[in-house]
Design a protein around this ligand. Structure first.
Ligand code: HEC
Length: 278
C-alpha cells in the first residue's frame, strides 16, 4: 500500500499538520462498550498509543478523492479491547442514534477499515467538510469509518459522527428479532435485508437504530399502513416527503421490498410486550 504515509512517528510533522487544522478538538472521545462494559478514551490518548496515517481515498458521499488523517480501525479497536476478527458484530453508534452493525462478512470482504478523525485541507478549516443528510447538514466528526475501496460503501454505508463502538462476544445481538426455525425462505431473506439495510435506522422490538420509527411494537407497521403504501414508500421515500431522512434505495428491487415486508409482517406475531409494559 503506497497511498498512505506514516506521519505520527514524526512529531514535528504532526505538530505542523495540526496547526494547519486548528479546530481539531483533542478532547473529543470515543466510547467502547464490550458486552455491556464501557470505557471512554479521548482522541488525544488514542493518538498517544495508535499511529495516525494520511490516507487518500475516493469518498462516494462527496464523490471525490479526499485525504484524511486516520487510524487503522483494528488498532483503535484493540486499544478499546475489541478484537475485530473475533467479535460477532461490531456496531458504530452515531451522535444522532444511527447504529451501523458491521458483520463479519463485511470485514472479510473489506478487511482494512480506517477510522478517520480529520480531513485535510477543508475549505473553511473545519475538521471535516459537512455532508447533507435529508433536510440536515451534518458534521461527520468526531470519527468517520471508511475504506480505500469505494465499493465497500454499497455493502456497508460508511458510518460517521461515530461516538460509540460496541462489540458483542457472548450474546447474539439479533436474538430478539430473529425469525424462529422453519420460516419461509422469503422471511429469512427479508430478515437479512432488514439487518443490512434498515436496522441502522429502524428497530423491531426496540432492537436497532433510533433515527426511524420502531416497526413492530405496540403496532406492527403492516397493521396500520397498507402494503401498497409500504412498497411505494420503501422504493422512493422522497416521492412522499421532500428530503426524507430515509435513504432512497435506488438499487432495491421489487423482490427485495416484498422480502423485507414479509419479514416485518412475520414479526407481528413475535411482539415483545414486556419491553413496553410498565
Ligand atoms: C438512514 C435511515 C433509514 C434507513 C436506512 C431506513 N429508514 Fe425507513 N425511515 C427512516 C425515517 C427517518 C423515517 C421517518 C419518516 C420520514 O423520514 O419522513 C422512516 C420511515 C419508514 C417507514 C414508515 C413510513 C410511514 O409513514 O409510516 C417504513 C415502513 C420504513 N421507514 C421502512 C424502512 C425499511 C423497510 C428500510 C430498509 C429497506 C428502511 N426503512 C431504511 C429512516 C430510515
Amino acid at each position: 500500500m503506497n497511498c498512505f504515509k506514516l506521519v505520527s512517528l514524526s512529531f514535528l510533522l504532526l505538530v505542523h499538520i495540526s496547526s494547519a487544522q486548528a479546530q481539531l478538538d483533542e478532547n473529543v472521545s470515543l466510547t467502547f462498550d464490550i458486552d455491556g462494559k464501557s470505557q471512554t478514551i479521548k482522541l488525544k490518548d488514542i493518538q498517544k498509543h495508535v499511529p495516525a496515517y494520511e490516507v487518500t481515498l475516493f469518498n462516494p458521499v462527496y464523490k471525490k478523492t479526499i485525504t484524511y488523517r486516520a487510524f487503522k480501525f483494528a488498532e483503535v479497536a484493540k486499544l478499546g479491547k475489541i478484537d475485530i476478527h473475533s467479535s460477532n458484530q461490531i456496531s458504530f453508534i452515531a451522535r444522532d442514534g444511527y447504529k451501523a452493525v458491521m458483520s463479519k462478512n463485511i470485514l472479510k470482504r473489506f478487511p482494512e477499515p480506517w477510522l478517520a478523525f480529520e480531513e485535510l485541507n477543508t475549505k473553511n478549516g473545519e475538521v471535516f467538510s459537512l455532508v447533507a443528510e435529508g433536510k440536515e447538514i451534518t458534521d461527520p466528526a468526531p470519527f468517520y469509518l471508511m475504506w480505500q475501496q469505494p465499493d465497500s460503501y454499497k455493502a456497508f454505508p460508511w458510518p460517521f459522527a461515530i461516538t460509540k463502538i460496541t462489540a458483542n462476544t457472548k450474546h447474539d445481538p439479533y436474538f430478539d428479532i430473529k425469525p424462529k426455525h422453519h420460516v419461509t425462505a422469503q422471511v429469512e431473506r427479508g430478515f437479512n435485508i432488514f439487518k443490512t439495510r434498515c436496522m441502522a435506522c429502524h428497530s423491531i422490538n426496540l432492537v436497532g437504530g433510533t433515527i426511524g420509527p420502531e416497526l413492530n411494537i405496540p403496532k406492527n407497521i403492516t397493521e396500520y399502513r397498507s402494503m401498497t403504501f409500504l412498497k411505494a414508500w420503501i422504493k422512493d421515500p422522497s416521492s412522499f416527503r421532500a428530503r426524507s431522512r430515509m435513504t432512497n434505495f435506488g438499487t432495491v428491487t421489487e423482490k427485495e421490498i416484498d422480502d423485507v415486508l414479509s419479514y416485518i409482517q412475520y414479526m407481528k406475531n413475535y411482539k415483545q410486550w414486556d419491553k413496553i409494559k410498565h
